[in-house]
Each structure stands twice: as structure tokens, then as C-alpha cells.
Design a binder for this molecule. Structure first.
Ligand SMILES: Cc1cc2nc3c(=O)[nH]c(=O)nc-3n(C[C@H](O)[C@H](O)[C@H](O)COP(=O)(O)O)c2cc1C
Length: 293
């Protein structure tokens, strides 16, 4: 491909360059993928009203989000394993967001650590928090986000139990990844990706490995994370996290009007209408369909 002009070009390029297990992890939804497909289909259905003969000379997309000036009212959503799509992926994405003047959100499940990304992020540096059973670890994570001067905490509420994603199961996407013959052959065909990964020290979950006792490598990490996502997460925890954090709080994964009201009552600064990209509750309505209410 000579010139990249749109996001679809990037998708095609990623499919060519990134090992299949990581590409599929990004380009898939849970279970039947019904909600995953609805997200796109319902978005496409929206038609814009075309008005003409209005002076547009000084038009601008500048706006503010959670009290901060942005070049356009868009933020980079948190995505786990970005540093496996491309070596140091989170650092590169944070730099791009900074250049554009929009916020970047770092996932709890990132490869590059909060401290590493903080060196490159701009003013809009949001940290996304998954609540784990190990609350002492969560406290340390919140404190690390504060020390890294994150400007908002994005608390994800729609992943108390991880959605069943069939492609990941079939590809052996675990921590550590299953090194089947198919995966080894696939990686051998992606030399650009492999060289990048050889050239970086960031190859594990940087926010977790070395920060939890007993989790020193990918093997122990797999066992730890499988046990850790907390199904008991509730509004009492939101209150506790808000107090501990003390800064701007954004609640992510809201689809229902009743929950939106609870967000407001909790004192959150913003909410994100989201179904986790169709990766969690399959059968949920599309995010764009949920938004107007
Ligand atoms: C590859 C991938 C990884 C993701 N990882 C996370 C994550 O770690 N934390 C999180 O809150 N959301 C995660 N998401 C969800 C996105 O932040 C975002 O909500 C979704 O892609 C857009 O769908 P929505 O419009 O329903 O929000 C991930 C999405 C993708 C595609």
C-alpha cells in the first residue's frame, strides 16, 4: 500500500502485518457478534441534514471535555494489548493524540505502563481502571495514575465477567499466548512485527507485572487475571473509587437510562455510552441506538 488515506487502509495493513491472534482480538466481538455488527450498522443508518449557503470560513471543531480544551470532542478509547499490535503501541498512540490535541486513554490492560506512557502523553491523559478483587492493587493503581498526572480516571463498569470471544479461544489468546505450530508459523510470516517486538523491552502487561506479589511473568499473570475481574463491583465501589481518586471521574459502559441517572447521582463528571465495542454483553443494543435516551 503506497498511501494510507483512511481507517480502512489501516485495518487492511494491520491484517497483513500483525499476528493473527492479536489482529483477531481487535477485530471481533463476543458470542454471535450480533451487538458488534449492530454498532456499525446502526451508525451507518444515521443520515446528516445538508444545509447550504452558510459562511463556514471560521469553523472549528475545538471544544472542551471534562473541563479541558480539545482540538475536537473525541478521545482515544482504552484498548488492552495495544503494545502487542505494534511494539510500544500505547506510547505511539499517546504521542499521536498529543499531536492532534485530543485525550488518550490508557487501559489497565496495556503493555506500556502508566509511568512509561506519562513521559509521552499530553495534557489529556486519561487512565482506564478495571476493578480487580485485589483492592490493595487498585489503590496502588489509582495512586500511580495520580502520580503520573492523569487528568481523568475512566472507570469501566461493563466487564465484571469477561465476554466469551470465540476467535480468542480458537487462536489461543491467553497470557502467555499458546505457542501452537500455527501461531509460530503465523508470527514467522510477520517479520516487521517480530523485529519491532524484539527491539522493545515492553512485552508484558506493564501496569501489572512486577506490581503484584507473585506476578513476575506471563505464566503467573494469566492465572492472576483469570481470578481477578471482580463480579461483585457495585455503586458502593464507585463511591469509594471517586473518593480515593479525588479528580475527574468518567464512568464507562453505560447503556441504560436508569444507570445514567445513577451515574449522575454518584457525582461522576461524565459517562460513556458504550457496550465495549460489542465485546461484552452480546444482544445488547448498539451504543448509538442507546445514546439519544
Ligand atoms: C481491541 C480492543 C480492546 C479493548 N480494551 C478495552 C479496555 O482495556 N478497557 C475498556 O474499558 N475498553 C476496552 N475496549 C472497548 C473500547 O474502549 C471501546 O469502548 C469500543 O472499542 C468502542 O465501542 P463503544 O462505542 O461501544 O464504546 C476495547 C476495544 C477493543 C476493540
Amino acid at each position: 500500500m503506497t498511501v494510507i488515506t483512511n481507517v480502512e487502509d489501516l485495518r487492511v495493513l494491520a491484517q497483513r502485518r500483525v499476528p493473527r491472534m492479536f489482529y483477531d482480538y481487535a477485530d471481533s466481538g463476543s458470542w454471535t457478534e450480533g451487538t458488534y455488527r449492530a454498532n456499525n450498522a446502526d451508525f451507518q443508518k444515521i443520515k446528516l441534514r445538508q444545509r447550504v449557503a452558510v459562511n463556514m470560513e471560521n469553523r472549528s471543531t475545538r471544544s472542551t471535555m471534562v473541563g479541558q480544551e480539545v482540538a475536537m470532542p473525541v478521545a482515544i478509547a482504552p484498548t488492552g494489548l495495544t503494545g502487542m499490535q505494534h511494539a510500544d503501541g500505547e506510547i505511539l498512540a499517546a504521542r499521536a493524540a498529543r499531536k492532534f490535541g485530543i485525550p488518550f486513554t490508557l487501559s489497565t490492560m496495556s503493555i506500556c505502563s502508566i509511568e512509561d506512557v506519562a513521559q509521552h502523553a499530553g495534557e489529556g491523559f486519561w487512565f482506564q481502571l478495571y476493578v480487580m478483587r485485589d483492592r490493595a492493587f487498585i489503590e496502588r493503581l489509582i495512586d500511580r495514575a495520580k502520580a503520573a498526572k492523569c487528568s481523568a480516571l475512566v472507570l469501566t463498569l461493563d466487564l465484571q465477567i469477561i465476554g466469551q470471544r470465540h476467535k480468542d479461544l480458537k487462536n489461543g489468546l491467553t497470557a502467555p499466548p499458546k505457542m501452537t505450530l500455527a501461531n509460530i508459523l503465523d508470527i514467522a510470516c510477520k517479520p516487521r512485527w517480530a523485529l519491532g517486538m524484539l527491539g522493545t523491552k515492553r512485552k508484558q502487561f506493564g501496569n501489572i507485572v512486577g506490581h503484584v506479589s507473585g506476578v513476575e511473568n506471563m505464566g503467573s499473570l494469566g492465572e492472576w487475571t483469570a481470578r481477578q475481574f471482580d463480579p461483585s463491583l457495585n455503586w458502593g465501589d464507585v463511591e469509594w473509587i471517586k473518593k480515593r481518586w479525588g479528580g475527574k471521574l468518567i464512568l464507562k459502559g453505560i447503556q441504560d437510562v436508569e444507570d445514567a441517572k445513577l451515574c449522575v447521582a454518584s457525582g461522576a463528571d461524565a459517562l460513556i455510552v458504550s457496550n465495549h465495542g460489542g465485546r461484552q454483553l452480546d444482544g445488547a443494543q448498539s451504543s448509538i441506538e442507546a445514546l439519544p435516551a
